[in-house]
Write a protein that binds this ligand. Structure first.
Ligand code: SAM
Length: 134
């Protein structure tokens, strides 16, 4: 079975694990509609998932500003390099990323992914950045 993780997910990817920091939810009661094992309350840069346990990391409209992400309700931030490192940590070798962000600088996100060790980093339709782990 393929393990799919949706960072900032609100259940919009069927069957995926939703890692969500519960900050500015588009669908405030999304978690009530999912089995509890599909909802992980954590920030995307520190998911708590096992290393090399994920086949595909996706994100839709993930909020990034000035190359940082907000990680909790105090407004604390982490750099996109931390986000990219976490994606690399949890992916299995050969695992893939399909990452869509909102208000982000795609070129610098792509660069952060490359620096973290992902390969084939490229922009695809819809402004998503695709990449894979060697
Ligand atoms: C614009 S919504 C997008 C929701 C959904 N992915 C979609 O496309 O419909 C952004 C989501 O990211 C979550 N979020 C924001 N910062 C986060 C972080 N650091 N880690 C995990 N989730 C985060 C929010 O709680 C919210 O659910």
């Amino acid at each position: 079975v393929s393990v799919v993780v949706n960072l900032g997910g609100e259940g919009e990817e069927p069957g995926a694990l939703n890692v969500n920091a519960f900050l500015y939810l588009l669908r405030p009661s999304f978690a009530d509609k999912l089995s509890p094992e599909l909802v992980i309350r954590a920030s995307a840069h520190k998911t708590g998932l096992d290393p090399e346990s994920v086949d595909l990391v996706v994100a839709n409209h993930f909020p990034i500003q000035y190359d940082e992400i907000v990680i909790d309700e105090t407004g604390a931030r982490a750099a996109i390099s931390d986000l990219a490192a976490e994606i690399v940590r949890v992916l299995k070798p050969g695992g893939r990323v399909h990452f869509g962000c909102s208000t982000c600088d795609r070129a610098s996100l792509a660069e952060a992914m490359e620096l973290a060790g992902l390969i084939d980093v490229h922009e695809v339709t819809g402004g998503y950045i695709d990449a894979r782990k060697p």
